[in-house]
Ligand binder design. Structure first.
Ligand SMILES: *Cc1c(COP(=O)(O)O)cnc(C)c1O
Length: 248
């Protein structure tokens, strides 16, 4: 469990207002960008880490369906709490954090998406552990697009091979690429990192058969979502701009 569980919770009204503002930012950015063929329209993934199920439920009442978590146990507790509260509420849960092999089963059995695949072994375990009765697990490959040695993710040159291998796993559906680019003060430089992830997706798709091609770019967070949308982002992973600052 993370140590930084928030102590003061944002009210439901505040959460709903903040979400509306983020949606307006996304829509404005989308309106002034070119269409990117083959890439899904931008959508909001609310990253609820460190915030409780009641905050998730407040946003769900305003129409938010997609939620992201980056600690397995915390995310699992939260999604089970939401299901217990309302079994008919169909939320979509995305795992966006670092994934160790001893935690893959919980993710395979309970989540809908994994954005942070960074090696074949993790993909194979998720594939083997995905229950028969569930739809394929939707996955993205995490790419170390800024080349930082401290960041997780595969190097761009390794994406094509990993994508080929994952696309052969029947219980997974390879959907796209994810990155957490280095935070830069220079907007043009920041945009280059997002553009590089899109170029990587386009290049990788050339090697995949049409029905296996990826349509998702998971990039852009609270501070830089406009730049990401302008470069083709489909999943905007937003925490702080909705929930406020995480305590700790
Ligand atoms: C926490 C987190 C986010 C959200 O970041 P904010 O800056 O709070 O919007 C997005 N992606 C990942 C992988 C995260 O861990």
């Amino acid at each position: 469990m993370p140590s930084q569980i928030s102590t003061t919770l944002p009210s439901p009204e505040k959460l709903q207002e903040a979400r509306a503002k983020v949606l307006a930012r996304i829509a404005a950015a989308e309106a002034s960008r070119p269409a990117f063929e083959g890439i899904a329209a931008p959508a909001l993934l609310a990253v609820s880490k460190t915030f409780p199920a009641e905050s998730v439920l407040a946003l769900a009442r305003a129409g938010q369906r997609d939620f992201g978590e980056n600690y397995v146990q915390e995310g699992l507790d939260k999604l089970l709490a939401c299901r217990a509260f309302d079994p008919d509420l169909k939320l979509c849960w995305h795992f966006v954090g670092p994934l160790q092999s001893n935690k893959t089963r919980l993710v395979a059995e309970h989540f809908d998406w994994v954005h942070s695949i960074d090696r074949l072994k993790i993909a194979q375990r998720l594939n083997d552990q995905r229950p028969e009765g569930m739809p394929a697990l939707q996955v993205c490959i995490q790419v170390n697009i800024s080349g930082e040695s401290t960041k997780s993710g595969v190097q761009p040159a390794e994406v094509a091979g990993l994508a080929q291998a994952i696309s052969g796993l029947g219980r997974l559906k390879l959907r796209g690429l994810m990155a957490i680019p280095e935070r830069l003060d220079h907007p043009a430089k920041q945009s280059e990192a997002f553009a590089a992830l899109r170029a990587c997706l386009e290049a990788t798709n050339l090697g995949l058969s049409p029905e296996k091609q990826m349509d998702q770019l998971s990039m852009g967070m609270s501070a830089d979502l406009e730049l990401a949308v302008a470069q083709g982002a489909s999943w905007l992973r937003v925490g702080t701009a909705i929930f406020g600052h995480r305590a700790g």
